[in-house]
Design a protein around this ligand. Sequence first.
Ligand code: HEC
Ligand code: HEC
Length: 390
Amino acid sequence: MRVWVTAAILSLQASLSQATDVPGAVTPSDFPPQDAELVRLGRDLFHDPVLSAGGTLACASCHAPARGAPVPPLARDTPSLVNLGAYDRGVLYRDGRLTADPDAPFGLRLPGGAVLDRPLPSVLAAQAYSALDRGIDAHAGRPAAPGSAAATTARIAALPAYAEGFASVTGPRPLAPADIAMALAAYVTESFRAIDSPFDAYLRGDRAALTEEQIRGMELFYGPAGCSTCHAGPFQTDQGFHAIGVPPRPGAEADPGRYGVTGLEEDRYRFRTPSLRNVAFTGPYGHNGAYGSLRAMVTHHLDPMAALTSYSGPDSGSGVHRVRLDSAPGTGDARLPIAGAIELAPVSLTTAEVDDLLAFLFALTDTGALTPAGGAPDQLPSGLSLGPLR
Ligand code: HEC
Ligand code: HEC
């Protein structure tokens, strides 16, 4: 009898959680409003190599959706910035080294234990502030270039178009690094927004916005495939950290992930659950771009151990087969501890079900958000031009 009651409660909970797992629709009110002039200044700064000490690297060199592959490749794949400005988003970087945290000074925990000396309104503003301070190379995992936030600020303050633009927002006072950070954050918040996908239309009540295949995929995603245990909420992320066994790229060291921030053994090889908005266009996939195709990334999740052990490179297909780790070519040794940390349970899905899941992931695409709203500036206040990333 007791067993039966427990089973009934569990199944009730399961159907309840299944129903509540599908999130409510996202609206513009989920994002803080931004000052239009600050957004315009942020757009120029985002594209302007004046931000880097060498005058060659801009945020857009890596974060523009139409970028080419950075040379040399970065250890961590450059993340998409869409929807990071929503009130709800509080964990930045793949290892979460910048977070909103009520226990930290001004509610923001910064990389490397840095402490803010004044309040900033959002994790994005704190991120830009910290990137100015430590250098944008360092923030992308490249060797730090010489320079400082003060030097960068002075270079920008010396350009009349920026000086006048900022004066119209802040009044006549010297430009501070925080002003630059606020402008960059305002631009990212306003222009990198993907909340108008077929899935959003469906959530807003347009039941014809998704195909039957996509609806089946959605039901799998928020149901038996278990995706929404981690890819939860309106942006498909619990903003938590999980070890799912994404392999190191051939010849590369294993990235310890969250462990590098907390030093806790249990955090080894854990990475932040990424948002899946526009995921059809954010490849390559995984923290290091281990997989070139969305299908291979999804297939990885179904049997992470098999995918990890049979991995041969970014073109690794979806037809994974299990091989012995100690006989695996290349990075076999680097994979052993990653395998031991995997906390993602295998799921058995048919090929047709995987197709449905992929169809649903495509329904998360807001085509209007594939390039940032407002486009790139025709001309930069510095007169520099945005060359290819070196
Ligand atoms: C050389 C390439 C490069 C440049 C230039 C660059 N970034 Fe990044 N950015 C990255 C990489 C790589 C990461 C991920 C690092 C990690 O997770 O450890 C990242 C992470 C971020 C994040 C956190 C994203 C997330 O999903 O949590 C934000 C926000 C960001 N960058 C904004 C900027 C801004 C603003 C600039 C210009 C001031 C900039 N980036 C310049 C490569 C770059
Ligand atoms: C245990 C938590 C967990 C579950 C369950 C889970 N994922 Fe993930 N997923 C992650 C984490 C963590 C990553 C990032 C791994 C990394 O960066 O190496 C990820 C990455 C992804 C990516 C790549 C996104 C990108 O931009 O690189 C896709 C696509 C994805 N998951 C889809 C799914 C699907 C579909 C399901 C259900 C079959 C699922 N996930 C179930 C935790 C999970």
